[in-house]
Design a protein around this ligand. Structure first.
Ligand code: HEM
Length: 437
């Protein structure tokens, strides 16, 4: 604090620098980079939908916010129509905590990864076979998001997807909900309502089947719905959870894999090293087993570096529940605290030459020398991503399988522009030409 005792004011752009400035920057993700480059690590800015917000791009200062267990309601209101039992993004901490523990007990645990691994591998092989038979370039994001959605449907609904037919129907119903659910009225809205009703009925069928099998006693650590039921969550909350999990899991994982393949295509030396590692670990096998993943250490570093450069979820938010001290500044209770994940990953103090692709940043030694919150693609604290470990398993399985089989090259002349639409997405997709290896 300065010697005159007056707390310094958090720097930032003029208060009327709102939606237009964000549009001029090419989106909120770019605007954050500009703001932090100009005003430093703590910036006050007018966030549309939240009055004023304070954005923090310094990993050491972020520690003071890491235990906040509240998201600002207004910013997440758009998801409310999907939920029956309260918006899972913003339910109060007392309700969220027990729910989170059940989610983590399944999503983060090895038993569930092992139980679903063979099915994930089969779905990936189906895509690889389709690619091998396809003439012309492939669109990475489209195909990989769909694959991720298939995997998460299988994971979340398990025994509910007993036939390929119903899996296909769940995937397309979910896509209808996503594209149409914002529509206020008309045929789009009717289609969305129908699709939503079908998805909810499917979860109810899975719940009923679980009850028939003996309910609580049968719950194990690989069955999400059974675990939620055994913990006493209501059927409506379970239906919401399945939808929210599908929503949170599929584009994020799909673009993480896409950006990784993109960066490897731009860096043939790294691509060669990944291919060699995969050959060494897999030998003649076309797909990895679960136990192989921990030996694919360079692939893991490449994936982490890809999510640093292109964090699938480019930002997050909290609401200060009490005054928060950020270095010289004090942020009053009630303020929206904005997490600019991308700007944190581009902070030159912790990431020298931040634009450069360099997987060596993720050797164990290099990682140990950085503050823990310098790298936060899955967010921070009690509302961070419950699916982070599962996402890494899925992404590494898919990457190892595809890179064992193909070499990928960018089609010439395309421009790849990251834009933000729920996730950090390439505006015109990423188009690749494949050659069998
Ligand atoms: C590479 C893939 C993924 C990325 C980059 C990612 C990233 C994120 C981020 C940044 C958040 C917000 C965290 C915060 O506010 O601090 C989040 C939340 C969440 N993610 Fe993920 N995610 C991924 C995959 C998944 C998967 C596979 C699942 C589930 C199977 C999942 C489930 C969730 C859920 C349920 C939340 C809400 C957390 C809460 O409110 O408690 N995510 N994710």
């Amino acid at each position: 604090m300065p010697s005159d005792g007056v707390p310094p004011r958090i720097p930032g752009p003029p208060a009327d620098d709102g939606a237009e400035a964000i549009a001029a920057a090419g989106g909120l993700h770019n605007y954050q980079l500009e703001l932090h480059a100009e005003y430093g690590p703590v910036v006050r800015f007018p966030l549309p939908g939240a009055d004023a917000a304070v954005s923090v791009a310094d990993p050491v200062l972020l520690e003071a916010t890491a235990k906040i267990d509240k998201r600002p309601e207004k910013l997440f209101e758009f998801l409310a129509p999907l939920q029956e039992a309260g918006n899972l993004q913003t339910i109060p901490a007392g309700e969220h905590g027990p729910w989170r523990r059940v989610m983590l007990s399944v999503l983060a645990g090895r038993p569930s990864h092992e139980a679903h691994f063979a099915r994930f591998a089969a779905l990936t092989t189906e895509l690889a076979d389709r690619w091998a038979a396809q003439d012309g370039p492939i669109a990475l994001q489209q195909d990989l998001s769909e694959l991720s959605l298939r995997m998460i449907c299988q994971y979340a609904l398990g025994s509910g997807l007993d036939s390929a037919g119903s899996a296909g129907r769940v995937v397309s119903a979910f896509e209808t909900v996503l594209t149409e659910f914002m529509t206020q009225e008309g045929p789009g809205r009717d289609r969305a309502d129908e699709a939503l009703a079908y998805l909810r009925a499917t979860v109810d069928e899975v719940l009923a089947a679980h009850r028939e099998r003996g309910g609580v006693e049968q719950a194990d650590r690989s069955d999400l719905i059974a675990a939620l039921a055994a913990a006493g969550e209501s059927p409506a909350r379970i239906r919401d959870t399945v939808l929210m999990t599908m929503l949170a899991a599929h584009h994020t994982t799909g673009v993480a894999i896409s950006w990784t393949l993109y960066l490897l295509a731009k860096h043939p030396d790294a691509a060669d090293r990944v291919a060699k590692e995969i050959d060494d670990v897999l030998g003649d096998r076309a797909v990895p087993e679960y136990g192989d993943l921990k030996r694919l250490t360079y692939l893991d570093m490449v994936l982490r570096e890809a999510m640093r450069l292109y964090p699938p979820g480019p930002y997050g938010a909290r609401e200060a529940t009490e005054d928060v001290v950020l270095g010289d500044y004090t942020v009053p209770a009630g303020t929206t605290i904005f997490y600019p994940f991308w700007a944190v990953h581009m902070n030159p103090e912790y990431w020298p030459d931040p634009q450069a692709f360099d997987p060596e940043r993720f050797t164990p030694e290099a990682s140990a020398n950085r503050p823990r919150l310098a790298y936060i693609p899955f967010g921070i604290g009690p509302r961070s991503c419950e699916g982070s470990v599962l996402a890494m398993v899925e992404a590494e399985l898919v990457l190892a399988t595809l890179l064992k089989r193909f070499r990928l090259e960018l089609t010439p002349g395309q421009t790849v522009t990251p834009i933000e639409r729920f996730v950090l997405w390439a505006a015109e997709d990423i188009h690749m030409v494949l050659t069998p290896r």
